[in-house]
Design a protein around this ligand. Structure first.
Ligand SMILES: Cc1cc2nc3c(=O)[nH]c(=O)nc-3n(C[C@H](O)[C@H](O)[C@H](O)COP(=O)(O)OP(=O)(O)OC[C@H]3O[C@@H](n4cnc5c(N)ncnc54)[C@H](O)[C@@H]3O)c2cc1C
Length: 553
């Protein structure tokens, strides 16, 4: 932690220098002495300190200054630093103003000029105040701080991104934290956008694109080379496994991920059935471990870039990224998994990302302490989300349109839900409308057996209602089923015949698509079992098939 600051402000240079000299002599070991020649200059410095979250222990300010008096300065400064000790330096004639400010701004002390000898008239008073400050002020947080409102969707996406990469941050809710609100107003310079991010180096980002944020926290958003042996699209479990095996087996491998590593698994608060983790593991933790492992073995990652197109020019395969750049490779692995299905209900759009969330229980649950939340869905992801939310919310209600969870949810989760007092399950129910002003306040439910509707209060909605494959960017290059899932291997052989434009004199390999050298693994494949272990297994197998393919070209 940086040394706490003692700040002294006076417009008369000889007085300022004299007090600063005395402060240095006694306090410079434990404190940083900072001086300013006017209240306005001092306020700017205070704002800069706040952006870095540097602690200020004491303001020692002259009352009589021409454009901003000592009291006026303190009135502004304590909005950002409410716990800092406040001492006014006064002449005899200003005693009345000093006494009045004891009540108005909770002044801690006023010192009469001159303060000589400091051993008697300055240090004992300040020692007392500083030891009081040290005892009562918590150590300030020295990591990234994110200031926003719970209802701002962009605040949610930033928090989600940081949480997915397990980057620690402190959340400052400006609706509840007056000092944070002041800091945002002072730093945003009239641009009313959220969230505002404060970094330990004193820099800020206002409502950043995820790519900008990724770059700021040290992640790569651009490829280092134009050509690779293997390009992997998507850093879910399948892509991460592909990266570990590809890099460890000597292929120049790059993974392109549009959001955060981990894919769907990365949004899970606890994965309990993945081999080797008897207590379960959070998806973010699993993703971080896998990404670190792949990087250590030599794989490159580019994040916050979406692949928008794929083309071939034999023997090479090309991908276009969302920034317009193009990369080429010898073999391509598509592991883009699935995307959440949207809930089509009137009025829902304005609340998405701020009180209505798609599968985001892990990063938002903590903000719904003692609130009433609803989870929509009947599969494992909904069950896990509900279990996690139940640790914070006063009441979690699972809404499912089917008449039993048993056909769609694992037994262990159903047992956990049954044993959790604050989770209620409402079967045969659907959400037909949502209501609220700034954020969600109520939802309308319809019982699909009785046909009856009711409107109930709700603080948040967490939606887990299935998924669609992430394959639109492929155009008509690769054969897919009606829902968009990719056919691979023997699924491509119909009536003993290979796909239309297939040129090699062999059948497609197990995970190969209708285009030779382009492979698919994980949830994006047709007819696959959607599990973390299954995706990881396919990612690993795909790499051995890539080797086989490369031997043939
Ligand atoms: C909340 C939740 C909980 C779950 N819990 C479990 C569990 O406990 N146990 C279990 O076995 N399974 C669980 N599953 C299922 C499991 O997570 C998935 O089967 C698994 O993540 C599939 O991995 P994947 O790599 O195929 O795809 P995904 O995990 O879907 O990853 C695909 C990745 O590709 C990226 N991507 C997509 N399109 C592009 C593009 N055009 N350009 C760049 N990147 C792109 C996505 O952003 C994503 O990161 C859970 C799923 C969810 C949603």
């Amino acid at each position: 932690m940086a040394k706490p600051v003692i700040m002294t402000i006076d417009d008369e240079p000889h007085v300022l220098n004299a007090i600063a000299r005395d402060l240095q002599a006694h306090y410079q070991k434990e404190y940083r002495i900072v001086k300013a020649g006017s209240g306005e200059d001092a306020l700017q410095t205070v704002q800069a300190f706040k952006r870095r979250n540097d602690p200020i222990a004491l303001f020692l300010v002259d009352q009589r200054m021409p454009s901003m008096s000592g009291v006026e300065f303190l009135q502004e400064a304590i909005k950002l630093y409410p716990d800092t000790k406040k001492v006014l330096l006064t002449a005899y004639a200003d005693t009345d103003a000093a006494i009045a400010s004891i009540n108005a701004i909770d002044l801690d002390y006023y010192l009469m000029k001159p303060w000589d000898p400091p051993e008697e008239r300055l240090y004992p008073v300040l020692d007392d105040l500083l030891s009081d400050w040290l005892a009562s002020v918590p150590v300030p947080y020295d990591g990234i701080r994110v200031a926003g409102t719970l209802w701002s969707a962009s605040s949610h996406y930033v928090k989600e991104f940081l949480a997915r990469y397990q980057i620690p941050y402190q959340w400052l809710d400006i609706e509840k934290d007056a000092a944070a609100r002041e800091l945002v107003e002072a730093s945003a310079e009239g641009r009313p956008r959220l969230p505002m991010l404060f970094f330990p180096d004193g820099t800020t980002l206002l409502d950043p694109e995820l790519g900008t944020l990724a770059g700021k926290v040290g992640m790569s958003t651009r490829a280092k080379q134009p050509f690779y042996d293997l390009i992997i699209i998507g850093a879910g479990p399948a892509g991460l496994a592909g990266a570990v095996y590809g890099a460890s087996e000597g292929l120049r491998t790059i993974v392109i991920e549009r959001e955060a590593a981990g894919g769907q698994a990365g949004t899970s608060s606890r994965i309990e059935n993945y081999l080797g983790f008897p207590q379960g593991i959070s998806g973010a933790d699993l993703a971080r471990r896998a990404m670190t492992q792949a990087q250590r073995l030599g794989a490159e990652f580019v994040t916050t870039q979406q692949v928008t197109g794929v083309r071939t020019e034999d023997p090479y395969r090309y991908v276009t990224l969302s920034d317009g750049s193009e990369l080429s490779c010898r073999a391509l692995l598509i592991s883009t998994g699935v995307e959440v299905r949207q809930l089509d209900v009137p009025g829902i759009q304005p609340f998405i990302g701020g009180s209505v969330y798609y599968g985001a229980a892990a990063s938002e649950a903590v903000y719904y302490r003692d609130k009433r939340v609803y989870v929509i869905g009947g599969a494992n992801s909904a069950g896990q989300g509900a279990m996690y939310l139940s640790r914070f919310a006063s009441e979690v209600c699972i809404l499912f349109r089917g008449d039993s969870l048993h056909s769609s949810m694992s037994r262990y989760l159903i047992d956990q839900i049954d044993g959790t007092q604050n989770i209620k399950v409402m079967l045969n129910n659907e959400v037909t409308a949502v209501q609220g002003n700034e954020h969600l306040e109520a939802i309308t439910l319809r019982n699909n057996q009785s046909g009856e509707s009711e409107t109930v209060p709700a603080d948040a909605l967490f939606i887990f209602i299935g998924a669609v494959p992430g394959t639109r960017f492929l155009g008509d290059l690769i054969e897919r089923d009606e829902a968009g899932f990719i056919y691979t291997g023997q699924d491509l052989i119909r009536n003993g015949r290979r796909p239309g434009n297939w040129k090699p004199k062999r059948d497609p390999f197990l995970l190969e698509t209708s285009v030779p050298g382009i492979f698919a693994a994980g949830d994006v494949r047709h007819g696959v079992i959607r599990r973390v272990a299954s995706a990881v297994g396919q990612g690993a197998v795909a790499v051995s098939l890539v080797h086989k393919y490369l031997e043939t070209v």
